[in-house]
Write a protein that binds this ligand. Structure first.
Ligand SMILES: [Fe+2]
Ligand SMILES: [Fe+2]
Length: 212
């Protein structure tokens, strides 16, 4: 199913799993933001019946995900940390076109891409988590995000031609890849890759002359 233009390396998953509470707290805020993004689409386009009927249950489900993550955090004796601005969401927001009709398509496609990126990352996290509870959580959520991705595509098909969707989706997929691959690495769901270690180049001439 994955049609992302940039794949998250496995090293990202092992690095974020080193601080599970920071990751879980950021993840809980992501679920909360997903619920409010879906509600905001309904508030903006209340006359689009297919959109309202498909996205209403999704808003409920994102809040269930939020509660699931909060339960895991609470079960470990912690509370959520403060929410932080998301440069990922900000970057994707800038890629969306303005104007009511264009904006609706772009918002649906961007939301679908975020679901797809979440699916990709949950799959990696489920694969690399050694903690059974986290492995189960990520595998469970992975399935839902794949379904949400398909739902956003279905809603878009009610209002736009397949050709228009495919063209714009290709452009936004490239924008999403450019945004996330350029983000700095942090322990959060939508961060960039772990920087590659810098190896000394034995053929480098740097330092030549220092002994002179
Ligand atoms: Fe979710
Ligand atoms: Fe979702």
């Amino acid at each position: 199913m994955l049609r992302l233009d940039w794949r998250t390396p496995d090293s990202w998953a092992t690095a974020v799993l080193a601080d599970p509470l920071a990751l879980l707290s950021d993840h809980a805020h992501c679920e909360l933001k997903a619920a409010s993004a879906v509600q905001s689409l309904i508030v903006t386009y209340p006359d689009r019946q297919a959109l309202v009927q498909k996205l209403g249950p999704m808003a409920v489900e994102e809040m269930q995900h939020f509660n699931q993550v909060v339960e895991v955090v609470a079960g470990r004796g912690h509370s959520l940390r403060a929410a932080r601005p998301s440069p990922y969401a900000e970057g994707l927001g800038k890629a969306a076109r303005q104007g009511r009709q264009h904006l609706m398509l772009d918002r649906l496609l961007v939301a679908g891409l975020i679901e797809e990126r979440s699916y990709e990352r949950f799959e990696l996290l489920a694969e690399h988590a050694e903690d059974g509870e986290l492995k189960h959580l990520y595998r469970d959520l992975m399935v839902s995000e794949a379904r949400h991705r398909r739902l956003f595509a279905l809603v878009a098909r009610n209002y736009y031609s397949r050709a228009e969707i495919e063209k714009r989706e290709g452009e936004l997929r490239a924008a999403e890849a450019a945004v996330i691959s350029a983000l700095p690495f942090e322990v959060r769901m939508h961060s960039g890759p772990v920087p590659m270690p810098v190896h000394d180049d034995p053929n480098s001439h740097a330092g030549v002359g220092e002994c002179a």
